[in-house]
Write a protein that binds this ligand. Structure first.
Ligand code: PLP
Length: 395
């Protein structure tokens, strides 16, 4: 059976070009970039090349890029650095819908380190209100951490504007852009964003590699203390294959950026339209006009997400309910709960996330199979659904 992979917000396949680029660094070119000899030194040039590619994708300069072990490390590094460099400021501003990498760190800082965390709510479309942001940030704020795009719904936050408000109060701004990089245009050159996190495995590079953008002039306190690597900003021998792979993935993302993302968006829109047309009591979670081009989170009322996933899986279709990190615990998604999605729809919410490797035929197959699955499950459901008969997009 063919696998139809629609779970690209959980992780992506490594691009063939990335694998080819990485290979030599396990075999012929295994030198340590810090070595004095040519064998190692030539590897340092490849790291510089990867850094330049990454910087170009972000509209940054190469020295502003530090390679890390992934999105989680980048998030921790940014937030803890801000708290260390602004020790007199004891407040953190973040949102209720962050990835656990930020959410749980902030909870930890509140519980065990005495910081005050201000949690910005979202409306039913998953969007924040800038008035709430303005009210939360003040001269005691050390760091504002708001994700660029949400991993569950794809909703895009106005982080550039948030950064301006933060800067007005002398606070630092961090954005978890793990889901945004490569999917929407990013140009950091004229923004007040101090820190930006990204992860390789959401971008067709391997797992265990990521990067942190640190704006020039931002005071920085390292998380990993050790050797002089990464200009003393991240100790530890570099993950050379990972870095080379991430650089290649950045280069590939820049190739036909608009064409590829337009093609993905067209498939996503077709999937959304097809499912809303064929399934009653279905609702899109997440503001349609401010959403990643690849993500569709759709709630099918009166069915269990886990049951849908299992039946999709039987057809070779990989999707996700809630976020990959919370599924397995059967806890309803904190993101959908923060949006006030009704209980009956939270449980039946499925996230389809596409990539440039998907095809139109795959999407048609999913549009064919999913309604049948929902119908079967609803026929078995104890809930009476006869009184409801509208498909709607929540604004
Ligand atoms: C996947 C993800 C992360 C974590 O990245 P890792 O490289 O897996 O540590 C952080 N934030 C968001 C929004 C993500 O989607």
């Amino acid at each position: 059976m063919k696998t139809i992979y629609l779970d690209n917000n959980a992780t992506t396949r490594v691009a063939d070009e990335v694998i080819e680029a990485i290979k030599p660094f396990f075999t012929e070119r295994y030198g340590n970039p810090s070595s004095m000899h040519f064998f190692g030194g030539s590897v340092a040039r490849e790291i510089a090349n990867a850094r330049a590619n990454m910087a170009e994708l972000l509209g940054a300069s190469p020295h502003e890029i530090v390679f890390t072990s992934g999105g989680t490390e980048s998030d921790s590094t940014a937030i803890l650095s801000a708290l260390n460099t602004l020790p007199e400021r004891r407040e953190i501003v973040t949102t209720r819908v962050e990835h656990p990498a930020v959410l749980n760190l902030c909870k930890h800082l509140a519980r065990f380190k005495g910081y005050t965390v201000k949690w910005i709510s979202v409306d039913k479309s998953g969007m924040i209100d800038m008035e709430d942001v303005k009210r939360a940030i003040n001269d005691k704020t050390a760091i504002v951490s708001a994700m660029w795009a949400n991993n569950e719904t794809g909703v895009i936050f106005p982080v550039v504007e948030i950064a301006e408000i933060a800067a007005g109060h002398g606070a630092l701004m961090h954005t978890d852009a793990v889901q945004a990089v490569g999917k929407i245009p990013i140009n950091l050159s004229k923004t007040n964003i101090n820190f930006l996190s990204l992860s390789g495995h959401k971008l067709h590079a391997p797992k265990g590699i990521g990067a942190l953008y640190i704006k020039k002039g931002t005071r920085f306190s390292p998380f990993m203390i050790g050797g002089h690597q990464e200009s003393n900003r991240r100790g530890g021998t570099e993950n050379v294959p990972g870095i080379v792979g991430l650089g290649e993935a950045a280069r590939l993302a820049m190739n036909n950026f608009n064409e590829e993302n337009t093609r993905v968006k067209k498939m996503r829109d077709r999937l959304q339209q097809g499912l809303l047309e064929k399934v009653s009591q279905a609702r899109v979670n997440g503001r349609p006009e401010s959403r990643l081009p690849n993500t569709l989170n759709i709630g099918f009322e009166f069915v269990e997400g886990e049951a849908i996933l299992m039946r999709l899986d039987d057809k070779g279709i990989c999707a996700s309910s809630g976020s990959a990190c919370t599924s397995g615990s059967l806890e309803p998604s904190h993101v959908l709960r923060a949006m006030g999605v009704p209980f009956t729809a939270v449980h039946g919410s499925i996230r389809f996330s596409l990539s440039r490797y998907n095809t139109e035929d795959e999407i048609e197959f999913v549009i064919e199979e999913t309604p049948r699955i929902i119908e079967t499950l609803r026929a078995m459901s104890p809930f009476n659904v006869d009184n409801f008969n509208t498909a709607c997009i929540v604004q």
